[in-house]
Every structure is written in structure tokens, then in C-alpha cells.
Design a protein around this ligand. Structure first.
Ligand SMILES: *[C@@H]1O[C@H](CO)[C@@H](O)[C@H](O)[C@H]1NC(C)=O
Length: 115
């Protein structure tokens, strides 16, 4: 009788183990790594750039102007990333005496090669 109970319990344990196999799933959001990082800061200019493994790129440079045209910071930059819906967002901008002037570039799907 005792042997039969043990056998029955063993069968149940194996059946349950087969019904719910353990699956090793990759993480839903793999870790994003910095693949490029540049930074250069001078007394009247700067530039920086970084790029991450998820396709995000951000870069900007600024110059301190002191001439008849402008007195103050003149900045140019851009950023690019893949939105959650897969669309590639790309914006470049100028920020100077005329304010912040962004230009959005036509989006494309992430699988296409970058221009
Ligand atoms: C900007 O240029 C003027 C004229 O050369 C100079 O007098 C002034 O000190 C400069 N300002 C700065 C912040 O460099």
C-alpha cells in the first residue's frame, strides 16, 4: 500500500512538472548600452555626442558668439530614436538668437538602414 502511494505521488509530481515546463525567456527589454560617447568642452564652445545600442543618437555643438550678428550661444544639434511603435524619430535643430528651430525628418521603420 505504502509503495502504491509513493508511486502515485511520483506520477503526480512528474505530470505536474510536464504540464508546467520551466521556460527560459529573454528579458522583455534587453539592457541598453552606450556604444559611443564623445564630449569636448572649451571656454567658448562645446560639443557632445552619444549613441546607444537601441539606435538612439544625440549630438549637439554650441559656440559662444560675440560679433555684430549675435552675442550669445549658438547651438546646433540633433537626436534620433526608435519610438515604441517602431517609427524612427529624427529631429535636428538650431537654437540661437532666433530661438529654438527644430526640423523633424521623415520617419521610417527601424529595420531600414540609417541614412
Ligand atoms: C564681446 O566683444 C566686445 C567687443 O570686442 C568686448 O568688448 C566684450 O568684452 C566681449 N564680450 C565677451 C563676453 O567676451
Amino acid at each position: 500500500m505504502r509503495g502504491f502511494v509513493l508511486f502515485t505521488l511520483t506520477v503526480i509530481v512528474i505530470a505536474v512538472a510536464c504540464a508546467f515546463p520551466q521556460q527560459v525567456q529573454p528579458p522583455a527589454h534587453p539592457a541598453v548600452e552606450v556604444v559611443k560617447q564623445v564630449s569636448d568642452v572649451d571656454i567658448n564652445s562645446y560639443q557632445f555626442e552619444f549613441e546607444t545600442s537601441d539606435g538612439t543618437i544625440r549630438q549637439e555643438q554650441g559656440d559662444y558668439k560675440n560679433d555684430t550678428e549675435q552675442q550669445g550661444l549658438s547651438v546646433k544639434g540633433s537626436y534620433k530614436y526608435v519610438a515604441p511603435d517602431g517609427q524612427q524619430i529624427q529631429v535636428s535643430y538650431v537654437a540661437d538668437k532666433n530661438g529654438y528651430q527644430p526640423t523633424e525628418h521623415a520617419g521610417s521603420t527601424a529595420s531600414q538602414p540609417q541614412a
